[in-house]
Ligand binder design. Structure first.
Ligand code: HEC
Ligand code: HEC
Length: 228
């Protein structure tokens, strides 16, 4: 937003931020508990080299830029640069069916904890580096302000359990938000965060985060196994 803000805009944004902080503190504690519970189960350290073997079948979808899920139509998520710990947690949820998605359940169900840690380390690749200057950063749209407390102003998750959204496909971000809204995708933090977003807010949020650089990307390495 350019130009001066009207006092009413300022006070309403202050209210939004204050609410965000309160919500953030309350759910932050819950998520801390969840993250601690996850961390308390000894999670194996990921070996990216071994992960390349485990994850070679994954690249048939995740290694092709712009590959889309046939129905419903949205882009398969970008994984390169994502937080490895978040990827491992997501795979555990697909495996247990806590996150319901039949294709990914089939992919994850035969993976051991070690396989999951290794595949996550490999697929995550190099972590996203924060942009060196915020001078050219786009303005955060109003409905996305509250999201940046966990997903970062630069779209990089502020803890390893908060997924990065920078550079993620807009169609995937929008789809994920809608799934949290309907409760199809269950997460105590996210279900509350997105409850009141309108379709126009979702579009603005998805466009904002997907435009951020440096961002997640698709490491195009299909047929890795055969060409190596
Ligand atoms: C047939 C295509 C296909 C294959 C093969 C596939 N995936 Fe996926 N993957 C998807 C789709 C589509 C989604 C988004 C599902 C959803 O909305 O929950 C996804 C989601 C994910 C996510 C969650 C990402 C996020 O941002 O939350 C992870 C992690 C993942 N896949 C890892 C893997 C791994 C590891 C393998 C191989 C063992 C694999 N995938 C194989 C299509 C595929
Ligand atoms: C208190 C921290 C917190 C806040 C604030 C927050 N999120 Fe999240 N977000 C999370 C966590 C934790 C997850 C992973 C949840 C899961 O495993 O399903 C997540 C997941 C997501 C995902 C799915 C990413 C993927 O790769 O599948 C999207 C999209 C998302 N958030 C968007 C938003 C938006 C939009 C807002 C603001 C309206 C927001 N988040 C606010 C913590 C937060």
């Amino acid at each position: 937003m350019s130009g001066r803000w009207l006092p009413s805009q300022v006070s309403s944004s202050v209210r939004v931020v204050m609410t965000a902080l309160k919500v953030g503190v309350t759910i932050g504690l819950g998520s801390l508990a969840a993250a601690t519970a996850f961390a308390q189960q000894p999670q194996p350290a990921g070996n990216a080299q071994r992960g390349a073997e485990v994850a070679s079948t994954c690249l048939g979808c995740h290694g092709i830029e712009g590959y889309r899920n046939a129905y419903p139509d949205y882009a398969v998520p970008r994984l390169s640069g994502q937080q490895a710990q978040y990827l491992a947690a997501a795979l555990q949820e697909y495996k247990s069916d806590a996150r319901q998605y039949p294709t990914m359940h089939l992919q994850a169900m035969s993976l051991s904890d070690q396989d999951i840690a290794d595949a996550a380390a490999y697929l995550a690749g190099k972590p996203l580096a924060a942009p060196s200057s915020s001078a050219s950063a786009p303005q955060v749209p109003q409905p996305a302000v509250v999201c940046t407390s966990c997903h970062g102003r630069d779209g990089i998750g502020v803890t390893p359990m908060y997924p990065s959204l920078a550079g993620q496909h807009a169609s995937y971000i929008a789809r994920a938000i809608q799934e949290y809204q309907t409760g199809y995708r269950k997460n105590p933090i996210m279900n509350g965060m997105v409850a009141s977003l309108k379709p126009a807010d979702i579009t603005a949020i998805a466009d904002y985060f997907s435009s951020l650089k440096p961002g997640l990307h698709t490491e195009s390495r299909p047929f890795f196994r055969w060409t190596r």
